[in-house]
Design a protein around this ligand. Structure first.
Ligand SMILES: NC(=O)c1ccc[n+]([C@@H]2O[C@H](COP(=O)([O-])OP(=O)(O)OC[C@H]3O[C@@H](n4cnc5c(N)ncnc54)[C@H](OP(=O)(O)O)[C@@H]3O)[C@@H](O)[C@H]2O)c1
Length: 387
């Protein structure tokens, strides 16, 4: 066994901060909940890989874990979790049955914690997968099936590569599913170029990069001007969500619908990606085109939605729920790093010590791109040119 330093979330810290904030999620300071701790790593088993974490991206599920707004996952996992399911690492040791990796390789993680019979995750690593330990720490031990070789020659920097391990497979899965569903209803014979829209967030940005790369019309409806501007270079048009008051009223949704009709020649969006739900859900359905597909694997603003079945039937709209990519699909996603996926990253690269502040700033929604945390001080030779 060896010891390392890693960030944890305890049920105790979640409860204490919830009490201090008086139950108001907006007043919760996540930097007080995500805490550095000592972590004992297991001895290397035959299929295990030991790795040194180089860089990670901050993922939104930490906010859900800290707020306990969906499930109280720290409590559910016995009072403490070591989170983190998106990392780039350097292999330091391998078990005697590991053939895919060797010490010195640079790898990325995926967070499919337990594939079902079709390859989709029953559980997410470092979240609800029992005994899973995440990668917001200095070192980790993980089985080899949890790793993919990092595509270091894809043209992206180390920080951009670190932005993708969780968000890109999520976007990739949703895109291939949404497009497949639309094509079941309307083939390329009838319609080649589609109107595709996503609401804000890193997954939505990557989803739109896939759509734009396939030649479709892509629109990003977000509140952040910086993030909208960053996508303009890929031909993805911005729509300011705040102009529509973040869909607080029926009138806001009506005004949004009118704008979308102008932008799409009266047709609406054939595919909508909505990781947020809440007020975005009704807005997204309202602007869907005939035969549209509304796809999501997030519930940032609410878990419950309601809709008019009759209207959706008449419009032939499909509402699809996804979770995460298959293990094989996670590998395929890396083929598109740099070629299609060119993530916008937040202007500050956070230090290991500043990881809790990074999560608080994510909670405050002030970041201008995907937030990255540098974990290792010393970087290995293969990534020296990518800093
Ligand atoms: N199932 C999975 O595998 C999976 C993977 C990744 C993420 N997710 C989930 O998907 C959601 C989004 O994650 P992400 O990584 O794409 O996001 P992200 O990069 O963390 O960004 C979150 C976005 O939410 C938007 N936002 C914040 N407050 C909002 C509000 N009140 N109304 C409307 N929009 C608001 C912001 O966009 P603007 O302010 O610019 O509008 C921000 O860019 C999270 O709930 C996350 O847990 C699920």
């Amino acid at each position: 066994m060896s010891m390392t330093r890693a960030y944890c979330i305890t049920a105790e810290a979640v409860a204490a901060e919830a009490e201090r904030a008086g139950g108001d999620y907006d007043k919760v300071d996540i930097s007080k909940i995500v805490q550095l701790d000592d972590l004992e790593l297991r001895d290397l088993g035959p299929r295990d890989v030991g790795m040194r974490i180089l860089a990670v991206s901050a993922e939104h599920n930490i906010e859900h874990a800290a707020l306990a707004d969906t499930v109280n996952i720290a409590e559910g996992r016995g009072g403490k979790i070591f989170p983190g399911n998106s990392a780039v690492g350097e292999v330091t040791a391998v078990g005697n049955q590991v053939t895919k990796f060797k010490p010195g390789d640079v790898v990325i993680t995926h967070c499919n914690g337990e594939p079902d019979d079709y390859g989709y995750p029953l559980r997410i690593w470092a979240y609800d997968a029992p005994d899973s330990i995440g990668w917001y720490g200095k070192d980790a031990v993980v089985e080899d099936w949890q790793l993919v070789k990092a595509p270091l020659d894809c043209g992206l920097s180390l920080w951009e590569i670190a932005a993708l391990p969780l968000r890109a497979p999520t976007a990739y899965h949703m895109w291939r599913r949404a497009l497949g569903m639309f094509r079941v209803k309307a083939s390329t014979e009838h319609r080649s170029v589609l109107n595709v829209m996503s609401f804000g967030g890193g997954v939505g940005e990557l989803f739109l990069q896939l759509a734009a790369a396939d030649g479709h019309n892509a629109f990003f409806c977000a509140g952040s001007a910086e993030r909208r501007e960053a996508l303009e270079q890929f031909g993805i048009k911005g729509i300011d969500q705040k102009e529509f008051n973040r869909f607080k009223s029926r009138d806001d949704i009506r005004a949004f619908n009118k704008r979308v009709k102008q932008l799409t020649d009266g047709e609406g969006f054939h595919i909508v990606c909505d990781m947020l739900r809440g007020p975005c859900f009704e807005a997204g359905l309202t602007v869907s085109a005939r035969c549209g597909v509304n796809v999501s694997s997030g519930w940032q603003l609410s878990q419950e939605v309601s809709y008019n079945t009759t209207l959706m039937s008449v419009k032939q709209v499909t509402i699809d729920h996804t979770h995460y990519e298959t293990v094989i699909g996670c590998g395929a996603t890396t083929e598109l790093y740099g070629r299609v996926f060119k993530p916008t990253i937040h202007k500050e690269i956070y230090s290991f010590e500043d990881l809790p502040r990074c999560f608080e700033e994510m909670h405050e929604n002030t970041q201008t791109g995907i937030p990255i945390i540098r974990i290792a001080d010393e970087m290995p030779a293969p990534v020296q040119g990518l800093l």
